[in-house]
Design a protein around this ligand. Structure first.
Ligand SMILES: C=C(O[C@@H]1C=C(C(=O)O)C=C[C@H]1O)C(=O)O
Ligand SMILES: NC(=O)CC[C@H](N)C(=O)O
Length: 631
């Protein structure tokens, strides 16, 4: 069968897939159809047992998010025939020369380093978000048959990258790709959804990794925080698609030939159609950033041209209507073999506030290395031992969970419900950051009825939100002082109206900053951003660890000496004892927090949320007119 493809000068559409945890290689043959939207992806039926959909990055526009439109089609292979081959047979059958002239990156190293600096200063430093993945493409030139080269490269990757989630070659019309991706985007099987955030990258030295080296990597706060950030961002997606929000399992190592990554698995139950799950999860923060909607804008600003299929997914849909399954890896570590012989290998690095430009440049080289080794025919056999069974490594991985929220680590039972909150309603205003999906999930667990609405569908009139017991004004990107931005201006209106109406209000992060400003506190940028950091803070009489994702903060006038003197009467403040940085506010009928109780980084998040909401919803017996207290 493979021989037929190799003998045919113009082979028909095919896909070869080697999937983790399954023996052998699947060879799929079928017809190519392009569709406009995920909802149009043809489902398996009597004529076709499976569909392999190649979802380009530009599909993000289906969610209303920004991207360069490069016209890459949502291409489907409707499978007509499916056979199983052994890995050894495939490797033997496809071995042979591939004629590739090496090339280089389209964006030079120093240009990429400059982008890293700009993203840290102008984006993370201005509250645009916590992490952003900016890509560059390695370009080379292929001579000879494109589909035959794809088959040969597939064989090389099969031996060179044994740790991959999917090793694959797809030839579908004018689209040919071959890769070995470490990362599952999402799978759905029998209603169980699994996502697999991978972040944190250890570069395996030429003479192999050592456990000491790896332990040092595992202890690096930058690498650790990077992974927590993407777990939080994917929990936002899980909370949107799963009734039980999702449970965090891990962390584990993902060992590739040139790199070792750290990862978690997120698991939950859904009733959604597999195509809806794909839509709600477009696309992983590990290849875009967070918050996602703004990350899409940042990517459009810093990248030249479209991403093609980079950061998109391949989705294999199988089964019968009502019981469909999908297995969908992220399209990274993949070479695109264009009909004119151009070979394109897009790679990116996750840029965070403490990224070092030179390291991120090196990381993009390392991420391309697996595919480039296959192109060069030097697919190196793995030199490092596997570290999966090393007890010290296992202990270092487990230690990462020590201060994470048990709520997300354990199966979520019904035991979180609070009788005092049962049936109370909350309107959550989303300011372009889906923390709101996690907040809604937590509040529902507490027994409330939660509805999430986008900021532009909620007016700023006193009556808006009147029907709800509680209004929760949500987090979002941007500078809270920037009222020229309609989104920020609307948040100001919503918060002002709710305060004026003396109706229960909880304000989170960006909205907390807005509220603090309205109460007369100075708001401005912090000396350094706390985007994706767990900190222990004083909070109304206790100390607790919570997750911060902010660049701006409210401060107390005259902080350090006589801090709090300027607070309006009746407002309680939790602030840093030395700097005056305000962490939370509480008054009659309102409360606000700078941090994210819904984050995996907030150890006692759900309990604190329950307390704050209960306080806000409980009418004060006497109007609090006491002198301002410090938390
Ligand atoms: C962005 C890529 O990889 C992603 C980014 C990682 C990181 O920055 O540590 C790790 C794995 C992938 O989720 C890529 O390969 O292009
Ligand atoms: N998560 C948030 O709401 C962040 C608020 C604001 N954009 C900041 O960076 O400070």
């Amino acid at each position: 069968m493979l021989k037929d493809l190799l003998d045919d000068p113009a082979p028909p559409p095919f896909a070869l897939l080697a999937r983790a945890g399954r023996p052998g290689v699947e060879l799929l043959l079928g017809d190519v159809v392009d569709v406009d939207r995920l909802a149009d992806i043809p489902l398996p039926d009597g004529d076709s047992p499976a569909t392999l959909a190649l979802i380009p990055y530009r599909q993000l526009s289906e969610r209303g998010f920004e991207c360069h439109d490069d016209g890459a089609p949502l291409r489907c292979l409707r499978v007509r025939s499916r056979s199983h081959l052994s890995r050894a047979d495939v490797v033997a059958a496809v071995s042979g020369d591939v004629d590739v002239a090496p090339g280089g990156f389209d964006v030079a190293d120093d240009e990429y380093a400059d982008i890293v600096g700009r993203v840290i200063r102008d984006e993370i430093g201005r509250g645009a978000g916590a992490n952003f993945v900016i890509r560059r493409d390695y370009l080379a030139r292929l001579t000879g048959s494109v589909p035959h080269a794809a088959l040969r490269l597939f064989g090389r990757l099969l031996t060179g990258e044994p740790g991959a989630y999917w090793t694959f070659a797809v030839h579908a019309g004018d689209l040919t790709m071959v890769g070995a991706t470490p990362e599952r985007h999402v799978s759905v099987d029998d209603g169980t959804v699994v996502m697999n955030p991978i972040s944190g990258t250890y570069r395996v030295p030429a003479d192999g990794a050592t456990s000491d080296d790896l332990l040092r990597f595992l202890a690096d706060p930058k690498e650790t925080e990077e992974l927590f950030m993407v777990v939080d961002e994917e929990l936002k997606m899980m909370s949107a698609v799963c009734e039980d929000g999702g449970r965090v399992l891990g962390p584990y190592l993902k060992e590739m030939s040139h790199l070792i990554h750290t990862e978690y698995l997120l698991e939950g139950a859904t009733r959604l159609d597999v195509r809806d799950v794909l839509r709600e999860t477009m696309f992983a923060p590990t290849v875009t950033g967070s918050p996602l909607e703004n990350a899409a804008r940042v990517i459009t600003r810093y990248e030249v041209g479209g991403r093609g299929y980079y950061a998109g997914v391949a989705a294999l849909i199988e089964g019968a209507a009502g019981r469909l399954t999908v297995d969908a890896p992220i399209l990274i570590r993949t070479a695109y073999l264009e009909p004119d012989g151009t070979v394109r290998v897009p790679v990116g690095a996750t840029l965070v506030r403490h990224s070092v430009a030179g390291h991120e440049v090196t990381e993009t080289h390392a991420k391309a290395a697996g595919v480039l080794a296959a192109l060069a025919g030097s697919g190196r056999a793995r030199r490092s031992p596997s570290f999966a069974g090393d007890p010290e490594i296992a202990a270092a991985l487990t230690a990462r969970n020590r201060t994470l929220a048990p709520f997300w680590l354990r199966p979520q039972g019904a035991d979180a419900a609070r009788p005092t909150l049962a049936g109370r309603s909350v309107l959550i205003v989303d300011a372009e950051d889906r923390w709101t999906a996690m907040l809604a999930h937590l509040l529902r667990r507490l027994g409330m009825r939660a509805e999430v609405r986008r900021w532009d569908t909620v007016g700023g009139r006193p009556a808006d939100g009147d029907a709800y017991d509680l209004l929760l004004a949500g987090p979002g990107p941007g500078d809270p002082r920037d009222v020229a931005d309609p989104r920020i201006a609307r948040l100001h209106d919503v918060v002002r109206a709710r305060l004026a109406a003396r109706r229960p209000l909880l304000a989170v992060c960006l909205s907390h900053q807005v509220l603090a400003g309205q109460l007369g506190l100075p708001v401005g940028p912090l000396p350094r951003p706390y985007q994706g950091t767990q900190r222990a803070v004083p909070l109304f009489g206790r100390e607790t660890r919570v997750g911060f994702y902010n660049t701006y903060a409210a401060g107390l006038a005259g902080a350090g000496a006589g801090a709090g003197a300027d607070m309006p009467p009746g407002v309680e403040v939790a602030a840093h004892p030395d700097t005056g940085e305000v962490f939370a506010l509480r008054g009659a009928g309102f409360a606000s927090v700078q941090f994210h109780l819904e984050s995996i980084l907030s150890t006692e998040g759900i309990d604190l949320l329950a307390e704050l909401v209960t306080g806000v919803l409980t009418p004060a017996s006497s109007p609090a007119a006491a002198a301002p207290r410090r938390g």
